[in-house]
Write a protein of this length. Structure first.
Lengths: 480, 549
């Protein structure tokens, strides 16, 4: 994988670095442009997360009723963010049955790979989307309205491969946006010459006060937990230890460097590593989470894309995850990687095991990212998650009867964040798609409407469609 | 011994007669296995001094102290044991639940802070405002935490109040923080029953006055003690059984009390959680959008009518009282719909009587998409008869014989399990109970005919601990269950477990004997069972948690 710095927004590296240095100066001005609801409003942000290959199951993240649902095991890491999330299953890939592909209607990786753009694929390249993805649509508007931050988008990710989920049309021809996979290089691009603090003295004081309040509350609660635990003797230790230690961790997190109010401090540079080594995947993700949070807190950007692996990724995880090794499959790949297992039938128990490991890993990374958004306070004195939407969608889905790979029906989606009170979270929404290729047309429309909701959340309220899907408006069931 | 004369004097140790004198405590019933109870008694409990408030208790408690109710679904759902009502003794929050809990509390306190600030009537500035809010915060905290604050807690509360100054923005933040602090405190989220040692009764502890008033209040209303009940804490008045029963009678007749009894009954019937929304769209299409919520309210109303508005509060009335045909919830499933083989609607044959035929209950024991005679049969046998049902052996499903075309649903179900004598014998324990409910679809509509067009065959008979029970329809099954002393005793056991937050142990024998006696004497009067539990001397004690020193 190339380690070149990718600047998807058309800003030169030099300009970006200069911009970084000016961020502290510009940030208050940019915030003023963003602030529409009052002086303490935070700017809105979106993080689009892509995971490759899909889960090979129709069931998706949850089952049950809209409010009385159970998260399925593979998505359990997100249980801790249940209250701020909307879990969706049985959607189809964006534009299913509507957008064109090279041989008639697109399906498989071709359609799934266009999940963030809804344009279908090029006549001569079934994996190349015809148009730009929504991060680019949003970024252009943010730049035009002088509220983009320093980097109009951040395109980061894990893994490596030929095809990427996000596309730009900077010169008229669609091009994949190759994500930066080195946290060290990502840091250099944004923070190497960063000098600003990103917050005025007043904002910092307000944020510090908010943090002090949180500490006071947790201090009171922690003391009560300790006293109750003690009064119950050995039984208290057995029963309440986990509850109390979780509360202590929450309080401790408020005191961590970088989690101070309106912090916007310059983060330390991640070390030089061979970041494409699968054994470093946890450190790589942790470093990116820190950088995403600080970039948002410093208002260097409001639009982030994160690719957990490119289209049809042959990505691998650290050995400790125990991914079984696949024999060579018809697509030609093999080993303890994601994609070859999707070419194995689900009657092979190792296929299910591999799908479980990868899906759980993706869910855990999204959960860790949200953890960071919850504990990082922005200049308005509130956690980033209050104003940041995280949308995680997959390339493919599955089918109940024939759960082989490369099916663009029954695609899952997870939306996290209340969007400053816009979205009604803590719910499970089930779409109409029950699998198959290309998947239920209405399920594809729902996915497209979900993307429109993200675009409109960022203030592009006159944008009602995405790509060539033909939808006209956002997904109304998401809202309060 | 100075027991008053009464029926319960026969049992000596039983406190079912209100009014024994506390200076003459009954001799404890030996902690050995009892025989001859009206239901098959099993000792499966594991006592604990800690009890997590259920979501129903959290919502009721928070509404009682603030006047506004948080969303029940915003709180982490309790892990449930497979059988019986939700029991939260020994249940603590795990790490992944704490952030969800924090979010739920935070959202609630943000929403209600303006109203609560207004309610403090504090309109001063600077230190004067802080002093006023401090006074309010102390009183509010003690009410919510159900105890007096420690000195160091008062100081920490002062820290929370530090930024109050009489400006709306700062005072709102402070009030929100006070609310968050107390609602997130484990002293609120859990109940403790630690008690004090009783001489010569190892492992049994006498509840403190606060613990006793809390136990009585939560059993009666699912909420913390009100002012009248709190007044007994300083006097120790609740040590007196008559006083406890009088207070129970007062509380249980309030709206909160009726709701608490409804929750207990629905927990016993496995129907306290919403389930109608989980059904396949082909069944829910045509039902009102808020049907899940209104069905619950309708079930509550049916229970209240059966237990509070009639001459008796027995299970017989609960299981045989006509459901209100004018109730929109009943009417939605009872009206005639469909054509030919898909005609649904209540007829004379349906005879929709009793809570078991209420959509809220039927939906709780049916699959998402089709009939579930084995599921409902197993449930009735385990939870209403308190009989054990062995799980199917490995590979049992794969052995089931395929359907035979042209046979009715019942014939095919019977055919499926006829693969061996072992399968038939096991299913004979519960399947007939489920077959009686075959005509109901997952939301409670009654299909006029079997899918083959044949008439329903709903009759059946099962052997039970107390003898055979026969029936020829869901109506006669319900009526027979309502009259069955075994079912009544099984309910009484569930109620006693509910009051203790755990399953029973041999140390509960005195209470077990008392409820057994009252079941037999009153034909399963639900309120009388609860009164007996409250009156029993065991209600004032706790079996110590196993690892509690």
């Amino acid at each position: 994988m190339s380690s070149k710095i990718v600047l998807p927004c058309g800003i030169s590296r030099r300009n970006l670095l200069v911009g970084s240095a000016l961020a502290g100066l510009l940030a208050p001005v940019l915030r003023m442009r963003d602030a529409q609801a009052g002086p303490t409003s935070a700017p809105r942000r979106v993080i689009l997360v892509f995971s490759p290959n899909g889960p090979m199951t129709a069931a998706g993240p949850a089952s049950g009723t809209e409010t009385g649902f159970t998260l399925h095991d593979w998505w359990k890491p997100l249980e801790r963010h249940r209250a701020e999330s909307i879990f969706m299953s049985h959607l189809s890939s964006t534009g299913a049955g509507i957008v064109p592909g090279p041989q008639g209607l697109a399906e498989g990786h071709g359609l799934g790979g266009g999940c963030f753009n809804g344009h279908g694929t090029m006549p001569n390249d079934e994996y190349m989307a015809r148009g730009e993805s929504i991060d680019q649509v949003i970024a252009k508007r943010l730049v035009a309205e002088n509220r983009a931050g320093v980097a109009r988008t951040l395109a980061w990710g894990l893994g490596s491969g030929s095809y990427d989920a996000f596309t730009s049309t900077g010169s008229g021809t669609p091009k994949p946006i190759v994500p930066q996979v080195s946290p060290e290089e990502a840091w250099k691009a944004l923070f190497a010459t960063f000098t600003g603090t990103g917050a005025t003295a007043e904002q910092k004081a307000r944020a510090a006060a908010a943090l002090a309040r949180k500490k006071s509350v947790l201090d009171f609660v922690n003391q009560d937990c300790a006293a109750l635990k003690s009064s119950l003797g050995a039984e208290g230790t057995r029963l309440l230890d986990e509850h109390c230690s979780t509360l202590r961790s929450m309080e401790k997190n408020l005191s961590l460097p970088g989690v101070t109010a309106g912090s916007c401090t310059k983060p330390p540079s991640p070390p030089t590593r061979s970041w494409t080594d699968p054994e470093l995947v946890d450190q790589q993700m942790g470093a990116f989470n820190d950088l995403i949070a600080m970039s948002l807190a410093c208002e260097l950007s409001h639009m982030v894309t994160f690719q957990l692996g490119p289209l049809g990724a042959r990505n691998r995880l650290a050995a400790r995850y125990g991914v079984p090794s696949s024999s060579t499959v018809d697509s030609g790949d093999s080993g303890p990687a994601h994609h070859p297992w999707t070419h194995q039938p689900k009657t092979n128990t190792n296929t299910v095991l591999a799908m479980k490991i990868f899906t759980t890993f993706y869910a855990e990374q999204v959960a860790l990212l949200v953890d960071k958004l919850k504990t990082t306070i922005d200049a308005s004195g509130k956690p980033l998650i209050d104003s940041t939407m995280v949308l995680w969608i997959s390339e493919l889905g599955g089918a109940p009867g024939n759960e082989n790979a490369h099916i663009t029906g029954s695609v899952p989606a997870v939306l996290i964040g209340k969007g400053q009170g816009l979205f009604k979270t803590g719910r499970y929404l089930k779409g109409p798609s029950n699998g198959g290729n290309p998947g239920n047309v209405d399920g594809g429309r729902m996915m497209a409407q979900l993307l429109v909701s993200m675009v409109q959340y960022m203030g592009l309220t006159n944008v009602n469609t995405v790509g060539a899907t033909g939808v006209n408006g956002p997904l109304t069931s998401l809202y309060v | 011994m100075k027991h008053r004369v009464g029926l319960c004097a026969l049992l000596g140790a039983i406190a079912a007669c209100y009014g024994y004198e506390e200076d003459a405590l009954p001799e404890p019933v030996p902690a050995t296995a009892l025989e001859g109870t009206s239901w098959p008694l099993r000792y499966e409990g594991s006592p604990s001094s800690l009890r997590r408030l259920s979501r129903d208790e959290l919502v009721t408690s928070m509404r009682e102290v603030t006047g506004a109710a948080p969303s029940r679904t915003s709180f982490p759902a309790e892990p449930r044991q497979v059988d019986g009502p939700l029991l939260t003794g020994g249940l603590a929050y795990i790490a992944t639940e704490v952030p969800t809990l924090q979010t739920a509390v935070s959202e609630f306190t943000t929403a209600i802070a303006p109203k609560m600030l207004s309610g403090t009537a504090c309109k001063s500035t600077a230190q004067g405002q802080r002093d006023c809010l401090q006074k309010w915060a102390l009183a509010f905290s003690e009410r919510v935490l159900r105890r007096t604050l420690r000195v160091d807690e008062g100081a920490k509360l002062q820290a929370v109040l530090a930024s109050a100054d009489g400006t709306v923005a700062n005072d709102l933040s402070v009030v929100e923080d006070v609310l968050t602090s107390v609602f997130l405190s484990p002293s609120f989220l859990y109940r403790t029953e630690i008690g004090t040692p009783i001489p010569n009764r190892a492992g049994i502890r006498k509840l403190t006055a606060i613990e006793l008033s809390t136990r009585l209040s939560f059993l009666s209303t699912m909420a913390p003690p009100d002012a009248a009940l709190r007044a007994f804490v300083s006097t120790g008045g609740l040590d007196d059984a008559q006083t406890r029963v009088r207070e129970f009678n007062r509380l249980v007749r309030s709206d909160l009390g009726k709701r608490a009894v409804s929750v207990l009954v629905l927990e016993w019937l496995g129907a306290n959680e919403p389930s109608l929304g989980k059904k396949s769209a082909k069944y829910t299409d045509g039902l009102p959008q808020d049907y899940e919520n209104t069905a619950r309210l309708s079930a509550d109303a049916s229970i209240v009518r059966a237990l509070f508005d009639g001459k008796s509060a027995t299970l017989a009335s609960l299981f045989s009282q006509n459901l209100d045909a004018s109730d929109p919830v009943i009417a939605a499933v009872a009206r005639m719909q469909g054509m030919g083989a898909t005609v649904t609607g209540d007829t004379a044959e349906t005879a929709r009587t009793g809570l078991l035929m209420h959509p809220q209950v039927l939906a709780a024991h049916t699959k998402e998409d089709g009939v579930s005679p084995f599921q409902i049969g197993v449930f009735l046998r385990k939870n209403l008869l308190c009989e054990a049902v062995s799980p199917p052996p490995p590979g049992a499903t794969a052995k089931a014989l395929p359907d035979v075309p042209g046979q009715s649903m019942r014939e095919n179900f019977e055919h499926k399990v006829s693969v061996s004598g072992e399968c038939k014998g096991c299913h004979a324990q519960f399947a007939p109970l489920g077959y009686a409910f075959l005509p109901f679809d997952p939301v409670g509509r009654w299909f006029a005919r079997d899918v083959t067009g044949k008439a329903w065959d709903l009759k059946g008979s099962i052997d039970t601990y107390s003898g055979p029970i026969s029936f020829d329809s869901p109506k006669s099954l319900s009526q027979n269950f309502g009259q069955s002393v075994q079912v009544q005793g099984c309910f009484a056991q569930a109620a006693l477990s509910w009051s203790l937050g755990r399953r029973l142990v041999k140390e509960d024998n005195a209470s077990i004997l008392a409820i057994d006696e009252v079941v037999k004497r009153t034909n399963g009067d639900v309120l009388e069972v609860l009164r007996t539990i409250v009156a029993a001397h065991d209600f004032t004690t706790a079996v110590a948690g196993k690892v509690n020193p």
